[in-house]
Write a protein that binds this ligand. Structure first.
Ligand SMILES: Cc1cc2nc3c(=O)[nH]c(=O)nc-3n(C[C@H](O)[C@H](O)[C@H](O)COP(=O)(O)O)c2cc1C
Length: 201
């Protein structure tokens, strides 16, 4: 097991996978670690629709039908043996913040009361743990959006209308024979000085 800074530095999005299966116990460990991610009011209103092996076809049929699949830049992504669709439940947060210890925040009044949607924040925190845990397991992973096909994914996977589909994470054994760098990879990483506004913006 590597130390945290090593895992963070080594993690890179993987966009092509081998056909090797992923041990289901590894996915179990990854999700179990993610369940320790920070969560607003400990509402933990995030879910994962897990697709393994042949089940992943429904995701690709919804997102990359026909010609779109033929033209897709990363054909090896479709070999990912595991697809996790991350779903957030806004109502879990509205409900939690309506409880007596949180009612003073006013956030229990409804989704519109939230200046920052903590359901998306929580799901993102969990996603980060999933990406790091996959790296720690020696697996590759890609965090990506459902290619503008959110509603088709919702329908294919039976995700209730009240839920927010936040992202997809593909997990598998990284294909060593291809260059995984996406179009954005050449952009320079910002320095600490560019990021931090000391004292005032
Ligand atoms: C919110 C979000 C959406 C992303 N969507 C995609 C995507 O649709 N396709 C893709 O190939 N990579 C996607 N990425 C990966 C980024 O391109 C990648 O994290 C960035 O270029 C830095 O590379 P690295 O993560 O390998 O260090 C996404 C990352 C985030 C955080």
């Amino acid at each position: 097991m590597a130390d945290l800074s090593e895992v963070v530095r080594n993690r890179r999005m993987s966009r092509s996978f081998t056909t090797e299966e992923v041990d289901s116990a590894a996915i179990e460990r990854i999700i179990s670690l993610a369940s320790r991610a920070p969560s607003a009011g400990k509402a933990q209103g995030w879910h994962v629709v897990s697709l393994v092996g042949d089940e992943t076809a429904s995701y690709w049929d919804a997102t990359l039908p026909g010609q779109r699949r033929d033209d897709f830049t990363w054909p090896g992504l479709l070999r990912a043996p595991v697809i996790l669709v991350l779903v957030a439940d806004p109502d879990a947060y509205v409900e939690r913040y309506g409880e007596s210890d949180k009612a003073h925040t006013g956030l229990g009044e409804g989704r519109d009361a939230w200046p920052v949607p903590y359901w998306t924040v929580d799901a993102s925190m969990a996603a980060m743990v999933i990406l790091l845990a996959a790296e720690d397991e020696g697996l590759g992973a890609l965090f990506f959006g459902p290619f503008g096909a959110t509603e088709r994914v919702r329908e294919a996977l039976g995700v209730p209308p009240s839920m927010e589909i936040v992202a997809t994470i593909a997990i598998g054994h990284r294909d060593p024979s291809v260059e995984h760098r996406g179009r954005s990879a050449g952009r320079p990483r910002r320095s600490v000085d560019e990021i931090v506004h000391r004292g005032v913006w």
